[in-house]
Each structure stands twice: as C-alpha cells, then as structure tokens.
Design a protein around this ligand. Structure first.
Ligand SMILES: N[C@@H](CCC(=O)N[C@@H](CS)C(=O)NCC(=O)O)C(=O)O
Length: 114
C-alpha cells in the first residue's frame, strides 16, 4: 500500500479532518507540517493558493480538505456508504459541515486571532 505525502497546518481543523479520514480508512500518510502563511515556492507549486491540506498522489497534487477526505474514502472503499442513500447521507454531512459550521467557526476563530 503506498504512503501518501500529506501537507498539513498543525492544529487546523481542515488538516485534522484529513488526518482523521486517513486513519478511519487505513490510508497511510506521511505528514509534512507547514507553518502559517508565506509558503515556500516549492509548496506553492503543490498548492498555488498556499493553503493546506494538500495531498500528493501519483497523478498530481490534490487540495481541498473535503476532496482529500472523499479520495481516501473512494480509494479505500471505506466510509463511503453502501447504497446511494447512504452515500448521499455522507455527502449531506460533509456539505453541512462546510456550509453551516466551518464559516461560523472561521468567524469565531479569526475574531480572536486578529
Ligand atoms: N478551501 C480550503 C481551505 C484551506 C484553508 O483555509 N486552510 C487554512 C487552515 S484551516 C490554511 O492553510 N491557512 C494558512 C494560511 O492561510 O496561510 C480547504 O477546504 O481545504
């Protein structure tokens, strides 16, 4: 089983969800912690937006935490749901967290981080 390089920002919930999904799907990842802001030219080739997480695959880099989580589920066949309804329920929760929870969480966190 290949080991994928996963670039993360330690403590970030977007990175954390990919680490949890890797563990839940028994996907092997090698973590590469990044610092906040001002990423290297080398990293900007992986993710030109300079954000994390980013996953390195044989076909190229994959960014966006939800896409990475879905990739782990699809490539392992785990956590996907078996019926179309179960699969839609998985999407329902991912979409719910992305649209209803994370935006408010950001507002809350950035108030304190400045
Ligand atoms: N749309 C991206 C957003 C990723 C994102 O905003 N990552 C933040 C951490 S939660 C980051 O890398 N911040 C560092 C920076 O802005 O320099 C995703 O869902 O993966």
């Amino acid at each position: 089983m290949p080991v994928h390089d996963l670039y993360i920002l330690p403590g970030s919930y977007k990175s954390l969800m990919t680490i949890m999904a890797a563990k839940a799907t028994d996907t092997k990842v090698q973590l590469h912690p990044l610092a906040f802001g001002n990423q290297s030219e080398e990293y900007l080739k992986i993710n030109p937006r300079g954000k994390s997480p980013s996953l390195i695959l044989a076909d190229g880099p994959l960014t966006e935490a939800s896409a990475i989580v879905r990739y782990f589920a699809k490539s392992s066949g785990k956590m996907l749901g078996e019926t179309p309804f179960e699969q839609a329920k998985v999407d329902e929760w991912i979409d719910h967290v992305n649209t209803e929870y994370f935006p408010h969480f950001n507002n809350f966190v950035y108030q304190y981080l400045g």
